[in-house]
Design a protein around this ligand. Structure first.
Ligand code: AMP
Length: 228
C-alpha cells in the first residue's frame, strides 16, 4: 500500500445506535460537509417497499412490526448500492450493519475493493428518551429534512426550512409500540457490534443526548481524525 492509495481511498464510516439516536440526521450533516454518500438501508428498504419489488414485499411486514429484515435481503440491497459510482466519494452507513452476519458481509465486500472501515461511531443515548424522540419525528417529503413535534420545529409551522415545501411525512413504524420492538432488536442483535468494532480498533463512542449541532461538531472532529 502506498500513501497515494490511502489518500484516494474512499472513506467508510458506520453510524451505530438505536432508533432515534440521530443516525439519519447526523449522516445527512456529514454528507453535506464531506460529500460522502449517506447509505441508509432503512431508506433503501422503504424505496423497495414503495416500488413493490420482491425484496420490498418480503420486507414490508417485518418493518411494520419493528423487526429486522433478513440478512440476505439487506446485504443484497447494500451490495448493489455500494457498487454505484457515487459511492466512490466515500460512504456513511446509516443503519447497516445491524447483525454480526451483516458486519462480516461488509468486511468481505470491502476486502474485495481494498477498502477499510475508517470509523464505527456509536451514538450513545438514553433508551427511555428514544420513544418520545421517535414518536414525534417527521420529515419533509420534498428534501427529507428531519423535524420533531417538540425538539426541532420548522421556523414556519408546516413549511420546510430547507426547501420551502409544505408536505411532511411520518414513517408508519414511528409509533410508540413499534419503537419498543425496534429497541429490543437493537439491543439483542446490533449492540454486540460495538465490541466487534472495538476489537477492530475503529470504534468511536459519542454522547448523542445533547444539541444536534454540537453533536455534529463532535462528529466532524472524530471523522477528521479517522480520515486524516
Ligand atoms: P431505519 O430507517 O434504519 O430505522 O430502518 C427501518 C426498518 O428497516 C428497521 O426497523 C428494519 O425493519 C429495517 N432495516 C433497516 N436496516 C436494516 C438492516 N441493516 N438489517 C435488517 N433490517 C433493517
Amino acid at each position: 500500500m502506498t500513501d497515494t492509495d490511502v489518500l484516494t481511498r474512499p472513506a467508510v464510516l458506520i453510524l451505530l445506535g438505536p432508533p432515534g439516536a440521530g443516525k439519519g440526521t447526523q449522516a445527512r450533516k456529514l454528507e453535506t460537509h464531506y460529500g460522502f454518500v449517506q447509505l441508509s438501508t432503512g431508506d433503501l428498504l422503504r424505496a423497495a417497499v414503495a416500488a413493490g419489488t420482491a425484496a420490498g414485499l418480503a420486507a414490508k411486514a417485518v418493518m411494520e412490526a419493528g423487526g429486522l429484515v433478513s440478512d440476505e435481503i439487506v446485504i443484497a440491497i447494500l451490495r448493489d448500492r455500494l457498487a454505484e459510482p457515487d459511492c466512490a466519494k466515500g460512504v456513511i452507513l446509516d443503519g447497516f450493519p445491524r447483525t454480526s452476519v451483516q458486519a462480516e458481509a461488509l468486511d468481505a465486500l470491502l476486502a474485495e475493493t481494498g477498502q477499510r472501515i475508517n470509523a464505527a461511531i456509536s451514538l450513545e443515548v438514553d433508551d427511555a428518551a428514544m420513544v418520545a424522540r421517535v414518536a414525534g419525528r417527521y420529515t419533509c417529503a420534498g428534501c427529507g429534512e428531519g423535524y420533531h413535534d417538540d425538539f426541532k420545529k420548522p421556523r414556519v409551522s408546516g413549511t420546510c426550512d430547507v426547501c420551502g415545501k409544505s408536505e411532511m411525512s411520518r414513517r408508519p413504524d414511528d409509533t410508540a409500540e413499534t419503537v419498543a420492538s425496534r429497541l429490543e432488536a437493537y439491543h439483542a442483535q446490533t449492540a454486540p457490534l460495538i465490541s466487534y468494532y472495538a476489537q477492530k480498533n475503529v470504534l468511536q463512542r459519542l454522547d448523542a443526548m445533547g444539541d444536534i449541532n454540537e453533536i455534529g461538531t463532535e462528529m466532524r472532529r472524530l471523522v477528521d481524525g479517522a480520515t486524516a
